[in-house]
Ligand binder design. Sequence first.
Ligand code: DQA
Length: 148
Amino acid sequence: MNNVLVINGPNLNLLGTREPEIYGSDTLQDVENRMKKYANKFNVGIDFFQSNHEGEIVDSIQAARDKYGFIIINAAAYTHTSVAIRDALSAIEIPSIEVHISNIHKREHFRHKSYLSSVVTGQVMGLGIESYMAALFAALIKMGVKIE
Ligand code: DQA
């Protein structure tokens, strides 16, 4: 299945205006447009989901089963708190990449712990919104897409 689901967690709908010194000035729509353009170039389907609610994120992960070849997820603050999102990712057995715009290890101590890190295939962080592009690039290669 050559398609990707991109999941964004709480407050990422405010990208562009939210603490721009940390998260930059691009909106979530800008990020999604860029990812879509890149995926389309390689005929890979890409869908996006954003929610501020933990249970909705769990539902979206469960619904991805048998539908997507890869998940890219920025669980935002839930990264540091959510056993439920971790368990959902673990349950569905779709390879996944955890993304963060900022480098969580350079920030407050409470952000250093990720509940997702032990169930995802890999992590990309600290590259601004390029973290999403780097994750997409890796996902395409992992799915066997030829990048020339
Ligand atoms: C974030 C980092 C988290 O600690 C924070 O709660 C976010 C965004 C990032 O992309 O850098 O909302 O996941």
